[in-house]
Design a protein around this ligand. Structure first.
Ligand SMILES: [Zn+2]
Length: 358
């Protein structure tokens, strides 16, 4: 089969499409004929250095897989996906045996496995995955749209719903509202009945954020985020902030909260370390809440919610697999909005209504 295989790292990285054997499913696994796989920043970061424990080369990246089950390994029970089923895959699976898993903290599994990170992923014609990681595609979505959901929407679900406890009518501030995770955050928050204020850098991204349904968008480069939030919320502040930007907007995010408001943080786009005033949080009864991995139950809840609310992921562009290098260059250049997807046209993937073949 054809696959994009990585050897080496950084300047020594050799990443190209080659012929490799079709994977053989292990016990409890199935083989999926990949129809679509969307890109994530991690794909590129892992070409620079092994970021996740258990990552090794040669490696096939691709975390967000949608495709057709074509082969069962041993012990795929009746509860598993049938041959011919179209599925999307939760890329993350926990071991079920470590201390955290046994205590019910499976998102914090010490032996967590990820398709496209600690094992081969979907930038290939076929991929072997645990049968238990396969989920039905939400009704109304095609495979290309489905391949946009796993990482971005599950990460957003964890932050907004589980950690943030978003409620109808609340004001939610989403920083860097046009990124992959934030786009999902904005859609999910609005579908929960929240009112969303976004931040974005520059006129084009502000337009994109307004198009997503943000009621207001403040330019986080040229404007005063806190002043605008206070103006738009009648001096009250937002109930909830969800931030993956990190240091650049951390202090402003805390200041933009109402008394007893919650700030969920889940990323380090602008760095990992901050200096902050403790009274700016405790004096006002505010909560800082970290959000990391998600459970398979949360993944399932997210899919049901997406189906119920007929949410459609925003797609930047769709590329035939042979041009995956061009797709990755587009991500690297940074001037994209929505998910970038590669497809295997010969496997029956079709361009979705809001995407485009290039
Ligand atoms: Zn575990």
């Amino acid at each position: 089969m054809r696959a994009q295989v990585q050897h080496g790292f950084a300047s020594g990285a050799d990443v190209r499409i080659v012929d490799v054997p079709v994977p053989v499913p292990g016990t409890g696994e199935v083989v999926i004929e990949v129809q679509a796989c969307s890109l994530n920043r991690l794909d590129l970061l892992q070409q620079e250095a092994p970021l996740v424990r258990g990552f090794s080369v040669p490696h096939i990246a691709g975390l967000d897989v949608a495709g057709t089950v074509v082969r069962h390994g041993a012990d795929v029970g009746a509860g598993g996906p049938a041959i011919g089923d179209t599925v999307i895959v939760n890329p993350v699976s926990s071991c079920g045996q470590c201390a955290n898993c046994r205590a019910g903290f499976d998102p914090y599994c010490s032996d967590v496995r990820s398709i496209g990170s600690t094992r081969d992923g979907g930038f290939a014609e076929f991929v072997a995955v645990p049968a238990a990681s396969c989920h039905a595609v939400p009704a109304g979505l095609d495979e290309i749209q489905a391949a946009c959901l796993p990482v971005a929407y599950a990460t957003a679900w964890r932050a907004l719903v589980t950690a943030g406890g978003v409620a109808p009518g609340e004001w939610v501030l989403v920083n860097a509202a046009t990124s992959g995770v934030s786009t999902a955050l904005v859609q999910l928050a609005i579908a929960h009945g929240a009112r969303v204020i976004g931040t974005a850098g520059g006129a084009a991204k502000i337009d994109h954020a307004l198009g997503l349904g943000c009621e207001f968008v403040v330019d986080h480069y040229d404007d005063d985020v806190v002043a605008r939030v206070m103006e738009w919320t009648g001096g009250r502040g937002v109930d909830l902030v969800v931030d993956h930007v990190g240091p650049a907007l951390f202090e402003a995010s805390i200041a933009a909260l109402r008394p007893e408001g919650r700030m969920v943080f889940c990323g380090t786009t602008t760095g990992t370390d901050i200096e902050m005033s403790l009274p700016s949080v405790y004096h006002w009864g505010k909560s800082l809440i970290g959000s990391g991995g998600y459970s398979d139950d949360e993944f399932t809840e997210m899919l049901a919610f997406v189906e119920h609310h007929a949410l459609e992921p925003v797609i930047d562009s769709v590329w035939p697999f042979d041009r995956i290098g061009d797709a990755q260059a587009r991500m690297e250049a940074g001037r994209f909005f929505g998910k970038i997807v590669v497809t295997f046209e010969s496997h029956g993937a079709v361009a979705s209504s809001n995407g485009r073949m290039v």
